[in-house]
Design a protein around this ligand. Structure first.
Ligand SMILES: Nc1ncnc2c1ncn2[C@@H]1O[C@H](COP(=O)(O)OP(=O)(O)OP(=O)(O)O)[C@@H](O)[C@H]1O
Ligand SMILES: [Mg+2]
Length: 303
């Protein structure tokens, strides 16, 4: 349903998107996981036709968004990171606006308005102007506007940011039911837990490049079943030789990061190799998408 082929986009010196390719099939949720500035929104903007990439191509249901935009957009829904709502209009009127923009009218539009308002839990507040809504309520309405026309492909740019845990659960369930109905979903996030829970496949993106791609299980395998150990304290280069039998990811004056199978079992023996006052804190993280990101980049997902 969605195909991104080798797209790149520069802004001056910044390579916001660098040779990115991926596909999303019908009934699949593909996650783009990456930190602030990684290039997630720029990728979504290229796919939705809001930005023209310097090179490469974006296809929706086989149609190029740039050379056949009308056919391509027919099946596309967009939930942008920056809210696309009219503050003085009610939730109902916003949905009417977006429904009409996507070609709905009459009874069909009315029924869809009622359905999506209920899906995002705003049916009782539908007549109030959006400016009275909380941040989380606006996010939920933003989501409803993007799916009012039941698109076959849906682009979701960090739809749960600023949403309370209960509403987040509501949104994630709604996205899962869209998947069950066969919608292809592209989901960007910097929340590792959301990507792990929701996505059939994940592309980890950093500085415009996809640095790892696969199912969550496949990506975890790239960690070779190793856990990540983070030691905080005071270190110098000589300390590296004390841990030569571990895989050292990072050694800075304040922090050391190591990888090991069954790290918890090795921790006390590892700590005994240092002076007691040298280590202020030690933690073990099991193989997950966050630890893979740290392994690949030496940095955390949230800077
Ligand atoms: N219109 C623009 N003009 C100049 N630079 C831009 C523009 N849009 C994006 N960028 C830059 O491109 C890079 C990628 O930005 P982008 O918004 O795609 O990141 P992101 O992954 O969506 O980040 P976030 O998680 O913060 O939303 C950043 O360095 C950003 O400053
Ligand atoms: Mg963004």
């Amino acid at each position: 349903m969605l195909r991104v082929v080798q797209i790149s986009k520069h802004f001056g010196q910044i390579k916001a998107v660098n040779q990115v390719s991926f596909e999303v099939k019908a009934g699949e949720i593909y996650g783009l996981l990456g930190p602030n500035g990684a290039g997630k929104s720029t990728t979504i903007r290229c796919l939705s036709g809001l930005t023209v990439p310097d090179e490469g191509e974006c296809l929706i249901n086989g149609y190029s968004i740039h050379s056949e935009p009308i056919k391509a957009k027919q099946h596309l829904g967009l939930v942008p990171q920056d809210l696309a709502l009219y503050q003085d209009l009610s939730a109902h009127e916003n949905l009417q606006f977006w429904g009409r923009a996507y070609g709905l009218s009459g009874q069909v539009l009315k029924e869809r308005q009622a359905t999506v308002l209920e899906q995002v839990g705003l049916d009782k507040r539908a007549k109030e102007p959006v400016k009275n809504f909380s941040g989380g309520m606006k996010r939920r309405l933003n989501f409803a506007c993007g799916m009012i026309h039941q698109p076959k492909a849906l682009l979701l740019d960090e739809p749960t940011v600023g949403v309370d845990p209960q509403s987040r659960e509501h949104l994630l369930n709604a996205i899962e039911s869209l998947k069950q109905q066969g919608t292809a979903v592209l989901y960007t996030t910097h929340y590792m837990q959301e990507a792990e829970r929701l996505c059939d496949r994940v592309g980890i993106i950093d500085q415009g490049k996809i640095i790892a791609q696969g199912s969550v299980a496949e990506l975890r395998k790239q960690m070779d079943e190793k856990d990540l150990i983070t030691l905080e304290g005071q270190f110098d280069e000589a300390d590296k030789t004390k841990v030569a039998d571990f895989e050292v990811i990072e050694c800075s004056p304040q922090q050391m990061r190591l990888m090991a199978v069954n790290a918890s079992g090795h921790l006390s023996e590892l700590l005994a190799r240092f002076q007691p006052q040298q280590i202020h804190q030690a933690s073990v993280q099991q193989a997950n998408l966050e630890s893979l990101f740290i392994k690949l980049t030496g940095r955390e997902l949230r800077d």
